[in-house]
Design a protein around this ligand. Structure first.
Ligand code: F6P
Length: 529
């Protein structure tokens, strides 16, 4: 994957600290002066999705200064670098060419791997093999596949899928419990093939097969960018499906990583998601800024986070099949945007990636919407399907009504005077009504985006995930950070290796460099070891 760094002038422009840019100062002032316009709609059509940003701050000045800010960050050049597979991950000297994985006419090496996966699945389906699939992977090697299976396999299929991610022994124990080893395929998904959780869980799964007298060679596959390590570990070369180091782990769903989902549901699901995602890529590549959904979502996110100071982003999928969309987007967003220095290592100078959290509505209404209405609050991305895939019309009407109502309540709030009148009509005395209203009023003016899928199809979900990938890329470009590395997660892993040695060792092995509490607990665990 030949690729070269950008020229120094470009690198300087994309890595300058944001507050030093006059374009940022103009954008910031325009954002502070802008308001949410409730008398008109701003709905963007993108790859079959309808992205309604009406409940985000908007003005002509904000549009103009947003375009100028993107120009200052060489948006068009950087977008081209991303989509053409040039280096955009500068600390690792790599491209981030996940869009190539879903191209309708992929490059040869991608096409070959896709054909290998499809042939493996075709053979397994023809032979009606693997009643059970145990998918062993974590993070980007787990969330996307869980999402696909829960979105499209929620009604069950003849194959059962278990997901094992955590190193907690209960996870692998539960993952294997009750399955027939002779009819179980173990999928080891790990881009690096060095992740401790995945390899340890893989060892237990292999031991489980062997204990049942099953030769693991034919019942274990690996999906990795490190085929040498997978073969050295004991996976047969023909059972190793490859991805590449220029695909970030949290961007790898589009590769053979989707094998488990294709087995659990069908290969049409994979094809549909690839098609939807590549259509969103084309929207991102070709649509003018004002109508470009990822761009507009990114600009609103930067306004909410870095100008208005909102402390997080809530994801509210009003569809229980999208339960795993939240952790998927948590990793995609927070592992990409959870950075505090620019590409040149200088402090960004404004708040960057916010915590992303949430759960499906309407459950969320009974869990934390109180905080969204009357606490500090957070911008909300509402995601809903216009059509349902069940027959109970009233259920879907109630779901849609709740989604729109919550969004309207966040936007309009409940003014004090309105609440007083309600309480007076309810028979409260003026004094009681005044006092009670202080507790019942809602501030309103709280921003949200509404993303409407026609229905939950693989195409629509693929488009949705690509929408967020590109939104995150644009946010990172504006902030001047690298969305494609994740150095922060390495530190904890290296500390864990040292503490593991100490926990398994003797009191004398405990390093004096630990804080007192860590030393205490290592000693406590040593006693049980
Ligand atoms: O959390 C760190 C991380 O490297 C993620 O970026 C990645 O998705 C996950 O661990 C699993 O890594 P691998 O696929 O290499 O096992």
């Amino acid at each position: 994957m030949p690729t070269s760094p950008p020229d120094p002038a470009l690198f300087q422009a994309i890595s300058q600290a944001l507050p030093e840019l006059p374009e940022w100062q103009a954008f910031k002032q325009a954002a502070l002066a802008a308001r949410i316009c409730t008398d008109r709609t701003r709905i963007l059509d993108a790859a079959g999705l309808r992205v309604d940003v009406s409940a985000q701050r908007h003005s002509d000045a904000l549009s103009k200064t947003g375009a100028a800010l993107l120009h200052a960050r060489h948006f068009h050049t950087m977008r081209a670098r991303l989509l053409q597979g040039q280096m955009v991950n500068f600390t690792e000297g790599r491209a981030a060419w996940h869009t190539a994985l879903r191209a309708s006419a992929p490059v040869a090496e991608i096409a070959t791997e896709r054909q290998r996966m499809e042939e493996f699945i075709r053979k397994a389906d023809t032979e009606r093999r693997w009643r059970n699939i145990v998918h062993v992977g974590i993070g980007g090697s787990d969330w996307g596949v869980r999402l696909m299976v829960s979105a499209f396999g929620y009604a069950g299929s003849w194959r059962r899928v278990r997901f094992v991610a955590n190193i907690d022994g209960h996870a692998i124990a539960g993952g294997l419990a009750g399955l027939d080893p002779r009819d179980t395929l173990i999928v080891l998904a790990s881009k690096s093939f060095t992740t401790v959780e995945t390899l340890e869980n893989g060892h237990r799964a292999r031991e489980w097969l062997q204990a049942a007298g099953v030769d693991p060679t034919g019942q274990m596959v690996a999906i990795t960018a490190n085929p040498e390590a997978a073969c050295a570990w004991g996976i047969a070369p023909a059972q190793v499906f490859c991805l590449w180091d220029w695909v970030g782990g949290r961007y790898s769903l589009w590769s053979s990583l989707s094998l488990t989902a294709a087995l659990a549901v069908n290969t049409d699901v994979v094809a549909g998601m690839l098609a939807g995602a590549t259509t969103m890529d084309q929207h991102f590549a070709q649509t003018p800024l004002q109508h470009n959904a990822p761009v507009q979502m990114a600009l609103s996110a930067v306004v909410n986070r870095s100008v208005l100071g909102y402390g997080s982003l809530n994801i509210a999928p009003y569809d229980f099949r999208l339960t795993y969309l939240v952790p998927y987007l948590q990793q995609l967003d927070m592992e990409s945007l959870g950075k505090s220095v620019t590409l040149s290592g200088k402090p960004v100078g404004v708040p960057t990636g916010a915590p992303v959290w949430g759960m499906p509505g309407t459950d969320a209404q009974h869990t934390f919407f109180q905080w969204l209405h009357q606490g500090d609050g957070a911008p909300v991305d509402f995601i809903v399907c216009q059509g349902s895939d069940h027959t109970w019309r009233k259920h879907h009407a109630l779901l849609l009504a709740n989604c729109l109502a919550q969004r309207e309540a966040l936007l309009h709030g409940k003014p004090h005077a309105q609440v007083v009148q309600k309480d007076l009509r309810a028979g409260q005395s003026p004094a009681q009504a005044e006092a009670l209203a202080l507790h019942q009023q809602c501030e309103g003016g709280r921003p949200s985006t509404l993303i409407v899928l026609p229905r939950l199809t693989p195409y629509a979900l693929g488009a949705l995930l690509a929408l967020y990938e590109h939104k995150i890329f644009v946010q990172a470009l504006i902030w001047g950070i690298n969305p494609f590395d994740q150095w922060g997660v390495e530190y904890g892993k290296s500390l864990a290796k040292g503490i593991l040695r100490e926990i398994s060792g003797k009191e004398s092995d405990i390093a004096a460099s630990h804080d007192a509490s860590t030393r205490y607990w290592i000693a406590q665990y040593q006693m049980d070891a």
